[in-house]
Design a protein around this ligand. Structure first.
Ligand SMILES: [Fe+2]
Length: 176
């Protein structure tokens, strides 16, 4: 049995604050994509889905004179670092297994290489999945951050994904 479900994360006020800020619909889509990809590669679907859901929670809004300033964002953004820290803190508070919390936080940290000076890092298969899942849902001009979904629909959608994860984890345990 999992210690923490996606719906537990979603219903925490920290997640409500930060995940809605960077786009709840995007977080959900990335979580679903990451789940499907992890399933295909026989990796930990729970870690993948959670990292996908939390990956952008480090975002900060960069405004200048009331307008989003992309240049300022590019220059100063550290959302993967902030996100990894916030995700880890939230998961530990919710009672997540510390080994899982660490893996999820690292997948959040490496979901983009935009902040790594001069190059890239060698990602684990799971970290690669979260990066690809994010890229799969990206829209030009950052529009994926502005797609909307009601909290009720998001809740239903996360409940469905939690069921899928539980069913898959059970199936994996049986085939071991
Ligand atoms: Fe993203």
């Amino acid at each position: 049995m999992r210690d923490v479900k996606l719906t537990d994360i979603f219903n925490h006020h920290i997640a409500q604050k930060y995940i809605t800020r960077s786009g709840l619909a995007h977080a959900l889509a990335v979580s679903y994509h990451a789940f499907e990809m992890a399933k295909e590669q026989n990796l930990d679907v729970d870690i993948a889905a959670k990292a996908g859901f939390l990956h952008d929670m480090g975002h900060y809004t960069w405004y200048k004179d009331g307008k989003w300033d992309y240049k300022l964002y590019k220059q100063n953004d550290i959302h993967p670092i902030k996100g990894a820290e916030r995700a880890h803190k939230l998961l530990i508070r919710l009672g997540e297994n510390p080994i899982k919390a660490k893996e999820i936080a690292l997948a959040v940290l490496f979901h983009t290489d935009s902040f790594i000076p001069g190059g890239s890092v060698t990602l684990t298969p799971l970290q690669k999945i979260v990066k690809l899942a994010d890229e799969k849902d990206e829209e030009p001009g950052g529009h994926h951050h502005y797609r909307t979904i009601t909290k009720e629909r998001a809740q239903k959608s996360l409940e469905r994904l939690d069921e899928k994860i539980d069913a898959y984890v059970l199936h994996q345990q049986k085939t071991l």
